[in-house]
Design a protein around this ligand. Structure first.
Ligand SMILES: Nc1nc2c(ncn2[C@@H]2O[C@H](COP(=O)(O)OP(=O)(O)OP(=O)(O)O)[C@@H](O)[C@H]2O)c(=O)[nH]1
Length: 335
């Protein structure tokens, strides 16, 4: 059995998977409706919307399967995302590339597979919509058209989501999405026994900026700060959010303490280097305060994402209290 190859654009592709915030077990009716319909119309026992996420395929929605993920290495969908068209295997037990696959040899005993790549709004193939039977089947043109139509509905759903999770002023992801992605990346860090970093940053004396320069100019300032923060995220997995008002967050999956601190410092410097005048502030320019926290999940097994973000918040508060234009960094430890 040959595992799926890695797409040439894997870094950008994975960044889209991460940013969608879909790899947490929360059940979502809008996706379940689509996998249910696919199962009913094609009369197959198993259907799934799966995401190819790092070393695994994650079933965001499925019918007829009681597992949430499989290794990417054995996934059929890992192959599906390598092509543009639908991948059809009418009899996996006779297929040279799949007959010795454990998903064919053992449960769920895949006989027939038809999967079509699903694209994120940015156009990256983040996963697939697939129909599976335990026995061999012939694949017809009308089955193909139906999967294509449902894929369109699924991609429209992703598009709607991508608008709902954005902050309209800055184009960054919003607070609601922060909670979802933090939860998702926290779980990933636990699963891989890895690190995770978070920088919370807040513009200093922003009320007086608005008072002095007006709300319109304040909005422009927020947009420029947002761009400066985003420009410092060199790794595709780093995600920037506007949490509200003049508060921002950078979530840094798989980050050492040095990595978190470094990104926080660079973000702070990038804003300072914008040289935005602010006569109401002691340095007469726009600056940031920041709290940066890193956690090694294995060392804090009972901690929660909420405690993690609260820690960053308290470090930010300390930076403000110590005079602003400052970043305070620390590890998360057990409470
Ligand atoms: N222009 C603009 N201002 C906003 C927006 N959202 C929040 N604000 C303003 O941001 C300001 C935040 O003020 P504070 O929370 O007092 O914070 P600060 O003045 O930056 O003080 P420190 O954070 O302690 O340095 C308030 O005046 C809000 O009205 C927005 O979308 N656009």
């Amino acid at each position: 059995m040959e595992g799926p190859a890695t797409p040439s654009n894997e870094t950008e592709r994975q960044a889209c998977v991460t940013a969608l915030g879909l790899t947490s077990p929360e059940v979502e009716e809008s996706f379940d409706r689509i996998t249910r319909l696919l199962a009913q119309v094609l009369e197959v026992p198993i259907t799934a919307f799966s995401l190819i996420d790092g070393d695994r395929q994650f079933f965001k929605s499925c019918t007829g399967l009681n597992i949430q993920e499989t290794p990417r290495q054995v996934s059929f969908c890992g192959h599906t995302i390598l092509q543009d068209d639908i991948l059809v295997i009418e009899d996996a037990t006779q297929h040279s590339g799949f007959r010795d696959n454990p998903l064919v040899q053992e449960a769920p005993h895949i006989g027939f597979y038809a999967g079509i790549p699903v694209r994120s709004p940015e156009g990256h193939k983040v996963g697939s919509l697939c129909a599976i039977d335990n026995r061999a089947r012939a694949f017809t043109e009308s089955m193909k058209q139906f999967i294509i139509d449902l894929r369109t509905l699924l991609e429209n759903e992703l598009l709607l989501r991508s608008e709902a999770i954005r902050d309209h002023l800055t184009g960054l992801y919003n607070r609601r999405h922060f909670d979802a992605v933090l939860d998702q990346e926290w779980r990933r860090a636990l699963r891989l026994e890895g690190h995770i970093g978070l920088v919370l940053a807040d513009i200093d004396y922003f009320k007086s900026y608005n008072d002095r320069y007006g709300h319109h100019q304040g909005d422009a300032c927020l947009q420029r700060v947002a761009r400066a923060l985003r420009s410092q995220c060199r790794r595709a997995g780093d995600v920037v959010f506007r949490l509200g008002g003049e508060e921002f967050a950078i979530l840094i999956p798989d980050s050492s303490e040095y990595g978190t601190r470094d990104l926080g410092e660079r973000a702070k410097r990038a804003v300072k280097e914008l040289n935005l005048p602010h006569q109401g502030a002691p340095l007469a320019q726009v600056t940031l305060s920041a709290g940066a926290v890193t956690a090694k999940s294995a060392q804090v097994p009972s901690a929660t994402p909420k405690q993690f973000s609260r820690k960053a918040d308290s470090l930010l508060y300390e930076a403000k209290a110590r005079g602003r234009d400052l970043m305070v960094a620390d590890f998360l430890t057990e409470e």
